[in-house]
Design a protein around this ligand. Structure first.
Ligand SMILES: Cc1ncc(COP(=O)(O)O)c(C=O)c1O
Length: 457
């Protein structure tokens, strides 16, 4: 069978039997069938190569093809495939990884509960926050506040915190007690709010007003990504994150930092919040913890949240659980992944390469269609507009650019805007592996340059 025929047969089976995330047959007419990866380069079944412009889903931080991780996984599986982590049992990799995570995390972090992915981590964060307040004798603190354009996963509760209408439309009604406030975007927010010039203060004020309106006695936590990712790579306005922390403290509300994209070096620090010297009460992580070699996520608990859990009387104990919490093979891979990040200095490298990437992307502003370029470390976004004057978002242009980029050897995703969506429109998301070479970064920018030019021609 020729490669073409083999590929077509497989894709036929795929169309027949696989339901994809965000499934839609029209969007899946011409999928890429990837077969291998090395570093920042992905190869499809026909042998075509692509720069992995988004580290797949913002997660392959150390790049593809690390046989070292395959060996660690094989060794662990051969020794002990699985064991329950339910109370009364444990395993070496889970203990070692939890200790390591506490060591690299903000200094107030004390313990880890493991999950298998991001949404499950946030579900765990919500439940832990409610548990915390119940133990504190404040059972009425049950509400969660998130921001428009935030992405926290799409299970029922995490999806109710996710601030994008597209993910709600077909699944409403949402879980009650989830409230959304405006995003922390410096430029767009300024437009939207007729800013007095301090967008961070304005966005924070909107958050505080929501807490006051809802009644601080009823609010359990605020959840926020340090840099909003899937919502269009939105870097918070100066001062916003510090204010968010102060507001939470003032109203006795927990701060859940969703570090699922921003963790493990992505922004040029181990965790995104370090840019602002702010510490959360609960921190969700996933993706980069294993660089996607195996599914793993979790939450880290601050001393005070952890202590409450330890002090809980038996009839109020933590009954949250999942079969694969603390999976030994996933944890073993997580440990080695962190060792590689440390050994190769990838956190600092992401800071340096990120500056090169952002500077390169800034040059794309010469295209009329580029309305904004933003980013932090190896996490950037290029926003496309219909009209630079009015800043009207371009709808559909991003998909066109992404398709043209794919033809030219760059694979990435467009954050699709929708008419009537809160200001941000189509945004090409760029977050290559932290190991990407200067040449690869420059090539990525050049391909995007050509693709935006071709799409707007
Ligand atoms: C910030 C953030 N939180 C949560 C999630 C959900 O993670 P998962 O898809 O593993 O459920 C994502 C996924 O992209 C994310 O970017």
């Amino acid at each position: 069978m020729t490669t073409e025929l083999h590929a077509e047969t497989l894709l036929e089976e795929d169309r027949r039997h696989v339901v994809h995330p965000q499934h839609n047959p029209t969007d899946h007419q011409n999928p890429v069938l990837f077969v291998k990866g090395k570093g920042s380069i992905l190869t499809d079944i026909q042998g075509r190569e692509y720069i992995d412009g988004l580290s797949c889903l913002w997660n392959v931080n150390i790049g593809h093809g690390r046989t070292e991780l395959a060996e660690v996984a094989a060794e662990q599986m051969s020794r002990l495939a699985f064991v329950t982590s339910y109370v009364g049992a444990t395993n070496e990799p889970a203990i070692e990884l939890a200790s390591k995570l506490v060591q690299i995390a903000p200094s107030n972090m004390s313990a880890v509960y493991f999950t298998t992915g991001g949404a499950e981590a946030n579900e765990s964060a919500f439940k832990t926050a409610r548990h915390y307040w119940k133990i504190q004798g404040k059972p009425e603190k049950v509400k969660f506040i998130s921001r428009v354009h935030g992405y926290h996963g799409v299970t029922m509760a995490a999806g109710s915190a996710t601030g994008m209408a597209a993910f709600h439309k077909m699944y409403a009604p949402l879980v009650p007690n989830f409230i959304q406030v405006p995003p922390p975007h410096p430029y767009r927010w300024a437009d939207y709010a007729k800013s007095n010039g301090d967008a961070g203060a304005e966005a924070a004020a909107a958050l505080e007003q929501a807490i006051v309106r809802e009644g601080p006695k009823t609010v359990a936590a605020v959840i926020a990504e340090p840099v909003q990712g899937a919502g269009g790579v939105i870097v918070p306005a100066p001062g916003y994150i510090q204010r968010l922390r102060e507001i939470c403290d003032r109203h006795e509300v927990l701060f859940i930092a969703d570090e699922i994209i921003t963790g493990f070096g992505r922004t040029g620090k181990w965790f995104g919040l370090e840019h602002w010297n702010v510490k959360p009460d609960i921190m969700s992580f996933a993706k980069g913890v294993t660089s996607a070699y195996l599914p793993l996520g979790g939450i880290m608990l601050s001393d005070r949240v952890h202590q409450t859990l330890l002090d809980a009387p038996a009839d109020l104990k933590f009954t949250h659980a999942a079969t694969y919490s603390g999976h030994p093979t996933c944890c073993a891979v997580g440990i080695r992944n962190i060792e590689i990040i440390e050994r190769e200095g990838l956190v600092d490298r992401a800071a340096v390469s990120g500056r090169r990437l952002l500077a390169g992307l800034e040059t794309l502003r010469r295209h009329e269609a580029v309305g904004d370029v933003r980013g932090l470390g190896m996490m950037c976004g290029v926003e496309l507009v219909e009209d630079r004057e009015t800043r009207a978002p371009a709808i559909g242009l991003g998909n066109k650019v992404a398709a043209l980029a794919r033809e030219r050897g760059l694979f990435t995703r467009n954050r699709g805007g929708a008419k009537g969506d809160f200001p941000i429109g189509d945004t090409i998301c760029i977050a290559p592996p932290l190991t990407s070479s200067d040449e690869e970064i420059d090539r990525l920018v050049a391909i995007l340059d050509e693709s935006i030019g071709a799409a707007s021609a």
